[in-house]
Ligand binder design. Structure first.
Ligand code: W6P
Length: 389
């Protein structure tokens, strides 16, 4: 039913990774040189079918019970459709052809927005069946699936937005993203949702030397996603740990170093039991209700998680809030962090609270100095990860 040798042909071709810094450089040059936009179009045209083909092959190799799941089938069909659509378009040579490609890419980006939830729903259903293999493999599978998804969406949206020439942006990359502003914005929104859900929310105290100066080039939607995910987890822990009492605030510290910025989000939400710490990065694990949440919760996709309506935001700036949740938030946040060479780690003090450390590479060096070229040799080396400037 699935076999199509073209998929294999594409999947076996090498892929070309791009770093954030390359994207910035390229995007800056495109401001003055229209031909760069056509070059970007051809890059997207070349790369996307290969990356889709790899995921299609991965999906084909899943256990029967997974491939035949209706949600997973839907993802497969969407990827297959995108693969064929892109591969059958003529190579962009003119601005008119680029307009067409841009339209197609935007349509695909929109059509694929629900696929994260479909993946999550599909795997949650499969996880309930005792027959599905070891969790670890599933986590690796989903890591590459979602990492690839991030890369495809960044690539497509970067190309779409390259021509827009929005001040302060190169495509979808904000060139001077202010961390304190991003954090207070995310904190406000999270507090609002937390209050609506629990009737109360802890304050968020932001500190850090030269915190006001902490700006860097980054994709705002990625940072927002991670911040909301971390803040909502921290807030929920605090609310549940201090029921009916005063809520100790979250402390967010921002620290810049030579080539990276680290955020520490500290909560006094009682911490994570030792035996659960390694589970929080497993797909499908939700900290809702704490104990043994790896046991899948039956029911509607929407009903699983009280935060579900604010989990993934459309990658287009200003896009609507979308449903998500389903225990994908933390592993997906870590993928976002690692995607551009950062990381996300949790340190728990059981009985007291949790510190989440989010580090982000500053790909343009020290922001207090004039801009310098980055020193980074490698930023991770995962399949399809943006690596090697
Ligand atoms: C908790 C559990 C958690 C996950 C992620 C971030 C913060 C926290 N706090 O208790």
């Amino acid at each position: 039913r699935f076999y199509d040798s073209t998929i294999e042909k594409y999947a076996l071709q090498d892929i070309e990774a791009l770093s954030l810094q390359q994207m910035l450089e390229f995007g800056r040059s495109a401001l003055f040189d229209e031909s760069k936009i056509l070059k970007s179009a051809r890059h997207a045209q070349r790369e996307l079918p290969k990356r889709l083909a790899r995921r299609l092959m991965d999906l084909q190799f899943l256990p029967y019970i997974v491939v035949t799941n209706p949600h997973i089938k839907r993802v497969y069909d969407a990827y297959y459709h995108a693969f064929n659509t892109l591969r059958n378009m003529p190579q962009v040579q003119t601005s008119a052809e680029n307009d067409k490609l841009t339209q197609v890419l935007q349509r695909l980006v929109d059509e694929h927005a629900p696929m994260l939830d479909a993946l999550a729903a599909g795997f949650r259903e499969c996880k309930m069946k005792p027959i599905v293999g070891p969790k670890l493999q599933l986590d690796n599978f989903l890591d590459s699936m979602l990492r690839s998804r991030i890369s495809r969406r960044v690539m497509a949206e970067q190309h779409i937005h390259l021509a827009h020439k929005r001040p302060g942006y190169i495509g979808i990359i904000c060139t001077d993203l202010s961390l304190p502003e991003a954090i207070s914005f995310a904190a406000q929104r999270t507090k609002q949702v937390c209050t609506e859900t629990f009737g109360a929310a802890p304050e968020v105290v932001i500190s850090g030397s030269s915190a006001q100066l902490a700006t860097m080039p980054y994709i705002p939607t990625h940072l927002d996603y991670m911040l909301y995910e971390l803040l909502k987890n921290a807030m929920r822990a605090v609310v549940e740990c201090h029921k009916g009492r005063a809520l100790p605030p979250l402390h967010v510290a921002i620290c810049k170093a030579q080539s990276s910025v680290t955020l520490r989000i500290a909560d006094q939400g009682g911490g994570i039991p030792d035996d659960q710490l390694d589970k929080v990065f497993q797909y499908g694990f939700t900290t809702v209700g704490a104990q043994d949440s790896t046991v899948p919760v039956p029911g509607s996709v929407e009903g699983l998680n009280m935060w579900s309506h604010m989990t993934e935001r459309s990658a287009s700036p200003g896009g609507p809030w979308r449903m998500g949740g389903l225990g994908f938030g933390l592993p997906l946040s870590r993928l976002y962090a690692r995607y551009f060479g950062g990381d996300l780690r949790l340190v728990s003090m059981p009985g007291y609270g949790t510190d989440a450390y989010l580090s982000i590479q500053d790909l343009e060096g020290d922001w207090e100095e004039q801009r310098v070229e980055p020193q980074i040799a490698t930023v991770g080396n995962h399949d399809e990860t943006l690596s090697l400037p």
